[in-house]
Design a binder for this molecule. Structure first.
Ligand code: SF4
Length: 238
């Protein structure tokens, strides 16, 4: 009797908290990986809609555990109603809530946005501070949010590690690390300084659209030649 053939193994590509880890790339390979992303997208930008430092700060706070697209659907109404820290503080959490009910954790976010707007008015003259310590002291603002604001608005060479960059850094061997901070520190160390600001965007966009959580789309990855991941997916699903 013929023995049934074994089913082909389906690789487990890991999870957000426990991504698969590859051998760390040597520095020259890491630079080549980042340069390949750079060539494909020479002028990367955040996908969040904003018009000034304050609206970017609020959009990033709202984007925690939510997609940028979901945030962009609710911020036009919110920013029209409250375009400045003073107006946002006056709107208060009760007034902010109805604009952002469609995004996750909206009640806590409404409280944080109202409180951070109040702090900006009372402690920073209504301006977003260009300083990590001051930013991280604002309600709802952690290291990742501060890194995004410092990078995008103030031109600082920071690397905000979100779930996409954490997975990508581990999976391809660019910057393996057990914690978000380990991945951030490795990326800052390994990225050529001139590319660091844009690398934040390249890596987020690459993780979001190509090196996806459930299965990476390696067949269309421009940096594939430099990636150390062993279970590359070299063809689209049939
Ligand atoms: S080759 Fe695949 S695993 Fe490696 S970075 Fe590209 S998409 Fe991700």
């Amino acid at each position: 009797m013929p023995v049934p053939s074994a089913k082909p193994r389906r690789p487990d590509h890991g999870s957000a908290t426990a991504p698969r880890r590859a051998r760390m790339m040597p520095p020259a390979q890491a630079e080549a990986f980042i340069r390949a992303l750079a060539v494909a997208n020479p002028a990367p930008e955040t996908e969040l809609t904003y018009s000034d430092p304050f609206t970017l700060l609020v959009a990033v706070v709202l984007s925690a555990q939510t997609t940028d697209a979901a945030v962009n659907r609710c911020t036009p109404g919110l920013f029209a109603a409250a375009p400045t820290p003073a107006a946002m503080a006056a709107l208060g959490a009760e007034g902010i809530g109805p604009f952002i009910r469609t995004i996750g954790l909206w009640q806590g976010k409404a409280r944080n946005v109202a409180a951070l707007a109040r702090d900006l008015v009372e402690k920073h003259g209504g301006q977003v501070p260009a300083d990590r310590v001051a930013l991280e002291a604002l309600p709802g603002v952690g290291r990742k949010t501060a890194n995004v604001v410092l990078n995008v608005v103030f031109g600082q060479e920071t690397m905000a590690v979100d779930t996409h960059i954490f997975r990508l850094g581990n999976r391809c061997g660019l910057a393996p690390g057990r914690t978000v901070r380990e991945v951030e520190d490795r990326l800052v160390k390994r990225c050529p300084p001139a590319l660091l600001r844009d690398a934040h965007h390249w890596l987020i966009l690459h993780g979001r659209y190509v090196c996806k959580a459930r299965a990476p789309e390696c067949w269309r990855c421009v940096a594939r030649a430099f990636c150390n991941y062993r279970d590359k997916v070299l063809a689209p699903p049939a």
